[in-house]
Every structure is written in C-alpha cells, then in structure tokens.
Unconditional design. Structure first.
Length: 480
C-alpha cells in the first residue's frame, strides 16, 4: 500500500501550477490527424480531480512492472528503471515539483509521460497489456480501502467522546422525547450511547464493504482481459487484495464499490445530522440543556449576546451534500451499457467529496461533544411537565390489578387530563380522591411511586435506561 506517512488524503492537495496546451493530438495521435478542440479537451480533463490518486497509481504501477518482469515481458533492468523512476515521481509530487500537464488529461498519463522523460523509452513499456480502465478501477479500490480506515478512525474518536460524556452522566436524568414531546425519563448517558450504537453500525457497514471488494481489477485490460502471461492473482496479492476479479468486463465496468462507499457515508451523515440536531436544540435558549464551548461555537456580527452552534448546523447541512453525491453516482451508472464509458469519469468527484465532507463533519462533532457541558439542573427540571411518569401508572394497573393494558391506558389518560385540570406538575400531586373518581382501585401508594427516579430505575431490562444498565453498557464498551 502507499506509505501512510506520506498519505495526504486528509490534507489539502498541493497547489501545483499546470501547463495548459490548448490543442493536442494526445496519446492517440497515431489514429487522429487533427488536434483536440478546446471545449472537448476541457470536458475530458480530469487531472484536477484524479491527481489525488497519484500514490495509488504509482503503487499499482510498481506492482505491475514487477509482474511484467516476473512474466518476462520486462527484463530486470527495465523493471528496476521503471520502479526507480516512479519513486522519483512520487517524491516530486509530494514536494510540489511535479510538472503537471493538463493536455495529458489525467494523473495516469501525466505519470507515464514524466516517467518516459526521466528514464527514456523504457517508460513507454509500462503500459504494456494495461488499460486506463483497469488501472483507474484498481487505483480507486486502493484509495477507498485506505479512505475507509481514515473514516473508521474518526468514527472511533467520536464514539470515544460520546462514551466519556456518558460515563460522566450515568444518573443525570432528563426527558426522553417522541415527536419532540416529553415521553419518559431517561439519562443523558443513555441518549449519548444511542448514538454510539448507530456509529458502531456505521463502522461495521464500512468495514463490511471493504471485505466485499478485496478483489483486484488489474490485468483485466480494457475489457477483454490480458494476452500477456501475467499471474493476476499474484499481482492482486502484491497489491494487498485477496484475489483478482474473475470477470474482466465486470472488473473495469463495476462501480458498485463506490456506490456502496458513498451510500455508507450518506447513512453515517444521517446519524451525524441527527446528533447535530439534538445539540442545536439542547443548546437553544428554550432548552438550555447544554452549554457549548466557545471554541466550538460562533458569535453574531450584530447581536453581542449570541453563541451559535454553527459547527453542528453545518454538519446537518453536510448530509445534504452526501445525499447529492449518492444520487449523482447512481444516476451516472444507471443506464451505462457494459463495459466502460467516459461518464464514469464523474465517479471520483462524488467519492472524494463525500469522504472530505464526512471527515469534516466527524471532526467537528467530536470537538463539539468534547467541549459540551450538560446542565444537570435544567435536564432534571424539564421532567416537571408533560407527565413523563404516566406510563408507569398504566404499568401499575396492569401488574398490580391484572388490568388489560388498553383499559389501563384509557384510565391513565383520564387521570392525566384531571391532573392538568388541577394544575398539577406531576401525577403524584393529584389528590387521591380525584384519582379515585376515575378508578377507585388506585391507591396513595401507587401515586407516591410515580416519581421520575423510580420510573427510571424500574426500566431495568437489557438495553433499558436504568442507570445500572447504562453503567453495564459503558463498561462493556470500554472493554471492547
């Protein structure tokens, strides 16, 4: 694999000045007798996007040169010269000294042209038996594999932030919401761990996709396979894949691995957007459940008092960009006949942008969660309205009186209505006489048991919100 130390995926690409040749016959000058018109050249240009694949392209080319040597297509001297030239090119790109030429369209032809200028005619031997079709398909699979590791790392960082916040708020009671209405008591920790679980599934989806795509397209040629005596499985293992793809047409035309990668990131973005929305609501003045750090919020150009959750708001917006990228790649691929068509050049922009946006979002949310301070009193006070303990009364009627649940539900609803009439903030404040007008079977002991603390403690089943269960979950996650 490309050297992780030199991996610039998470960094801005170097600003390299490119040569601009308005008209050129290009690499197909033997067939064409006129130069490419400017607009046609411009629409074919992908160098500004795909130069990001330079490490993968060089890595794959070095492995291919070695396989050509093993197959006696190249001699040892030629293979060594090609390898050393490619290593020099990698250094030039990383140091911002590479002479990119837009007239050569893409990163692949730029590297090949530079290789030939460095080592001479032997550079023209590298592409023997290889097409840009199998070359770019290989590069992108290599890139996606490394990108997945980077995303997984940032997901793990966010999970760690949520886990630490949960560990410090195991018994901090707050209302759980459905329809954004106060529903039942939970803890702040329990809420945090819900996102931890979502993110774990996101990690597993990404890793599962990598396993499904551990096959190499290299050696498939343009579409019909290679006429050279190369060992594609040996070449695949050299690149870190399990084996070579078994159908040469599929090898060069498949982009489902990109669709799956972008789709998985879009699902991840949905979860991040939901977390961001919770933070935005919690930090708002009416809620005041949490306080954001100054480092992860912004002010207003006009209103001096404002502290805005801009980072979380932008994370929420990033999801829309990832959805757009997913629709783009689906629409690009939906009507393409086999094997390759130039439409597929548009796949890289969607893939790269989705990766860049999700890394930004993950980093921003990790910082936000790390700096976030829950307001324990406000969280607890929010349970003083909405009667979140009502379900416990229905449960009492079922468990103690063997009442059918629907009947218990109706009785409890009437008692809630009566509590509102009596301006009670909790059901336990309702006079027993008023409760017994609705159901003579209700006792004072039943009303006294309707505290949010007891409600929370009663939810003691696996995965429930009782602090003892939340503590067990935190311990399990920390030990994993």
């Amino acid at each position: 694999m490309p050297n992780d130390k030199n991996n610039a995926r998470n960094k801005k690409q170097p600003d390299i000045k490119t040569q601009n040749t308005k008209k050129t016959k290009g690499m197909w000058s033997g067939r064409f007798d006129t130069s490419t018109e400017e607009a046609t050249r411009a629409i074919n240009l992908s160098l500004t996007i795909d130069r990001r694949l330079y490490q993968e392209d060089i890595f794959g080319s070095i492995a291919y040169a070695e396989e050509l040597k093993n197959s006696q297509v190249l001699n040892a001297k030629q293979a060594k010269s090609i390898t050393e030239g490619l290593q020099q090119i990698q250094d030039e790109i990383q140091n911002g000294q590479f002479p990119f030429d837009e007239s050569l369209e893409d990163i692949h032809m730029n590297i090949e042209a530079r290789l030939t200028s460095i080592i001479g005619q032997d550079g023209e031997r590298l592409h023997t038996g290889r097409s840009r079709n199998d070359q770019v398909a290989t590069d992108m699979r290599l890139w996606m594999r490394a990108a997945t590791k980077n995303v997984e790392k940032e997901i793990t960082n966010l999970q760690s932030s949520l886990l630490l916040k949960a560990e410090n708020t195991i018994d901090w009671i707050m209302p759980g919401f459905t329809h954004l209405q106060s529903a039942q008591p939970i803890t702040f920790a329990h809420h945090c761990l819900a996102y931890h679980e979502m993110l774990q599934r996101d990690r597993e989806r990404l890793l599962d996709a990598v396993k499904r795509n551990e096959q190499s397209p290299l050696g498939a040629g343009a579409l019909a396979g290679s006429a050279l005596p190369i060992d594609r499985n040996r070449l695949a293992k050299k690149l870190g894949f399990i084996k070579a793809m078994e159908n040469s047409i599929d090898a060069v035309s498949a982009r489902d691995f990109i669709i799956e990668f972008i789709a998985n990131l879009a699902i991840l973005a949905t979860h991040l957007s939901r977390l961001a929305e919770d933070i935005i609501l919690w930090a708002s003045t009416p809620f005041n459940f949490v306080k954001l750090s100054h480092e992860t919020s912004t002010g207003s150009s006009l209103m001096p008092q404002k502290q805005n959750p801009d980072g979380a708001e932008l994370v929420r917006a990033k999801a829309a960009k990832l959805y757009g990228n997913l629709i783009t790649i689906l629409c690009v691929m939906k009507a393409l006949p086999l094997a390759y068509a130039k439409d597929m050049q548009e796949d890289k922009a969607a893939m790269f942008d989705s990766f860049d946006q999700i890394i930004l979002a993950l980093n921003a949310l990790s910082a936000t969660i790390n700096g976030l301070k829950p307001n324990r009193k406000k969280l607890r006070d929010a349970l003083n309205s909405g009667f979140p303990e009502a379900t416990d009364l229905a449960d009492w009627l079922v468990q103690k009186l063997n009442m059918p649940f629907r009947q218990a539900h109706e009785i409890t609803g009437k008692i809630v209505k009566q509590a509102e009439v009596c301006k009670c903030s909790a059901l336990k404040e309702l006079p027993l006489a008023q409760a017994q007008k609705i159901s003579p079977l209700i006792t004072q002991k039943a009303l006294d048991s309707l505290t949010v603390e007891q409600s929370l403690a009663r939810r003691n089943a696996l995965g429930a919100s009782a602090p003892v269960r939340v503590a067990e979950q935190i311990k399990r996650l920390k030990n994993n």
